[in-house]
Design a protein around this ligand. Sequence first.
Ligand code: TRP
Length: 330
Amino acid sequence: MKRMYSLIALLLIFLGFAFVKEQHQTAAKQAVPTVGILQLLSHPALDAIHKGIIHGLAEEGYHVGKNVKIDFQNAQNDQSNLKTMSARFVNEDADAMIGIATPAAQALANASSKTPVVLGAITDPEGAHLVKSNEHPGNNVTGVSDQAPLKSQLQLIQKIMPQMRTLGIIYTSSDDSATAQYHQFAALCKKEHVRLKAYSIANTNDLNQVAQEMVSQVDAIYVPTDNTVASAMQTLVATATAKKVPVFPAVDTMVKAGGLATLSINQYKLGVETGKMTAAILKGKKPADTPIHFERTGEMTVNLSQAKKLGITLPESVIKEAKENGEVFK
Ligand code: TRP
C-alpha cells in the first residue's frame, strides 16, 4: 500500500512537471513572432535579397530559430501559388509578411488589410497600387524600393560605348517593375537624344528568338529589373556575346551572370534594409506612416572576363571605381 502511495505521488510530481513545461512552451511560442517571406521565384537578385533580409533581421536582434520564426515560401513564378501561400501566412497569424518582387507583394496585400506587409525591393510601390503614396503609405503596407539609378546607368553605357548608335532594351510586358522602368528609361533616352529600340517578350520561351533579332539590330542592350530576363540571363548573354553585343543590366547580380557593367543598387543591401524595416515593425512601428525606403547610392560593378570576350576595353576610371567602391568579377 505504502508503495502504491509513493508511486501515485511520483506520478503526480511527474504530471506537474509536464504541465509546467507545457505552459512554458506555449508562452515561449507566443513570444516568438512569425514572419512570412513570399518570394516570386528564384533568380540571383531575389535570392540575394532573401539572404539580406535574414541578415537585417539579425542585425536588429531577431535571430532565426531563436526569437523569430521564418516561414519562407517560393512561388516558382506561379500565380495560384502566390495566392495559397499568402493565405497560409494569414491563417498562421503571421506578425509580418515580406513580399520579394511585385507580384508577391501584391498577393500579400490582397490577402490582408491588417497584417503588416513589407515590400522587399519593389520598384514602383505607388504605380503597383501597393501604397497610397511613397511618403505616406497609408495602410498596412510599406517597404524598400529597388529603383535603379537610370540616368547614371545610361551615362555609364555612353562612357563605355562612345560610338553607340542604337541601344536596345528588352523587358517582359507583364512585369510591372520592368515596364515601369522601360517607360522611364525611354523618356530619359529621348531627352538625352539616345536612339532606343524596344523589344518585349511574354515569357522565357520568347527570349531566344527576340534576343536573336535584337542582336542584329542594336549596338548594346540594356536590361531593367525584369524577373523573367533575370532568371534566364544565360540565354540572352550567350546570344549577345556571339554577336559581340554587350549587355548592360540594371543590377549587380546580372553583371555576375554575364552582363558587362552597371552602376547598381546592391541587391543584398536592399534585403538588409528590408529586414531592418521588418524588425522595426515587429517592435511596433506602423507601416501606414513609415515612408518607402529608397536606396540612393549605386555601386560600380564590372565583369572583366565578359569585357575580354567582347573585345571591349573598359575605361580605367570605371575599373578603379569598381575596385574601390563596388565589385569586380573576373
Ligand atoms: N523590382 C522587382 C519587382 O518589383 C524585383 C527585383 C528586385 C528584381 N531586384 C531585381 C527583378 C533584379 C530583376 C532583377 O518585381
